[in-house]
Structure formats: structure tokens, C-alpha cells
Design a protein around this ligand. Structure first.
Ligand SMILES: Cc1cc2nc3c(=O)[nH]c(=O)nc-3n(C[C@H](O)[C@H](O)[C@H](O)COP(=O)(O)O)c2cc1C
Length: 146
């Protein structure tokens, strides 16, 4: 199994309802292919996604994701072999990152204040990894329900 992490820039400002509608489709597919993971969206235009699963399955999926016209500047931050899933319960967990989440990670308010958050994450990939790491613990209680 591998874990693959990327960041990208949404091609429009998706509403939470639009992202949730997209997630319904992703989850059906992920269920069939045993893909798990977490999608973070800043409510404005930046995605961070961790995908876990079989290496061949993820290579195919990531190739599709890169071509997806709903986003651009898809930037791979890491591809790591794993023996255990970090998000076993989520066919794709979801968290909207905004001020009200009051996430206690160093640099979180700097990130939110930045006018190009995708660029900020591209320059600070470790911060993107910290964000994901934050939700690996108690992910059930931390994530948005839908
Ligand atoms: C931000 C983002 C995240 C995505 N995440 C997933 C995902 O977790 N699983 C999935 O199957 N497709 C995901 N997609 C959709 C894929 O890009 C693609 O549309 C889908 O896999 C098409 O599958 P099909 O060609 O088999 O119908 C995502 C797209 C975007 C823009």
C-alpha cells in the first residue's frame, strides 16, 4: 500500500454543498477500489488530499485526478509506502478549513491569511503534512460529518 499526498488549486470557489456532492461520487468509487483518505478544502480554492490504498490503484486514480478540470496546479507532495492506513474509517474524510475550526497548529493563521494558499503550501510542504497529521489523530471526532 502507499499513501499519496498532493495539493491543488480549485478552478472556482466551490461551496461546501458542491464539495459534498463531489465527495458522494468519490466515496462510491473509493469504496469499490478500497481507497481511503482525507480531503481538506479551505472553502476558497485550495485542496490538500491524502489517498491511501493499493499502489496500482492509486497510480491510476492520481493520473485521473491530475487531469480533472475542477482543479489545476496539482502538486505531488509525497508518495510513501505504508503498512497501515491512517484513515481506515474514511472512504474519503472531509474537513473544511476555516477560522472557526481554530486548529492549533503553528502557522495556521499565517496560512489562512495568505492570499494564495496553494502557493503557500507549495512553498511549505511540511505545513501541509502537519495539517493532515493533525487529523490523523481522533479523526472521527475532528472531521466534518459529510
Ligand atoms: C480535489 C479532487 C479530489 C478527488 N478525489 C477523488 C477520490 O478520492 N476518488 C475518486 O475516485 N475520484 C476522485 N476525484 C475525481 C477524479 O479526478 C475523477 O473524476 C474520477 O476518478 C473519475 O473516475 P472514472 O473515470 O473512473 O469515472 C477527485 C477530483 C478532485 C478534483
Amino acid at each position: 500500500m502507499i499513501e499519496l499526498v498532493y495539493i491543488s488549486k480549485a478552478n472556482k470557489r466551490f461551496t461546501t454543498a458542491e464539495v459534498q456532492a463531489m465527495l458522494r461520487t468519490f466515496r462510491q468509487k473509493n469504496h469499490a477500489t478500497e481507497v481511503t483518505g482525507l480531503l481538506l478544502y479551505d472553502g476558497y480554492g485550495t485542496f490538500v488530499q491524502a489517498l491511501e490504498g493499493d499502489s496500482e490503484v492509486l497510480t491510476t486514480l492520481y493520473a485521473k485526478i491530475k487531469l480533472d478540470e475542477r482543479h489545476t496546479r496539482v502538486n505531488l507532495l509525497g508518495e510513501t509506502p505504508i503498512s497501515k492506513r491512517s484513515f481506515p474509517d474514511w472512504r474519503m474524510g472531509y474537513k473544511n478549513l476555516d477560522l472557526s475550526s481554530a486548529i492549533e497548529i503553528e502557522g495556521y493563521s499565517d496560512f489562512l491569511e495568505h492570499n494564495d494558499r496553494t502557493d503557500y503550501l507549495a512553498q511549505k510542504p511540511n505545513f501541509a503534512m502537519d495539517l493532515l497529521e493533525h487529523f490523523k489523530h481522533n479523526s472521527k471526532s475532528n472531521l466534518d460529518e459529510d
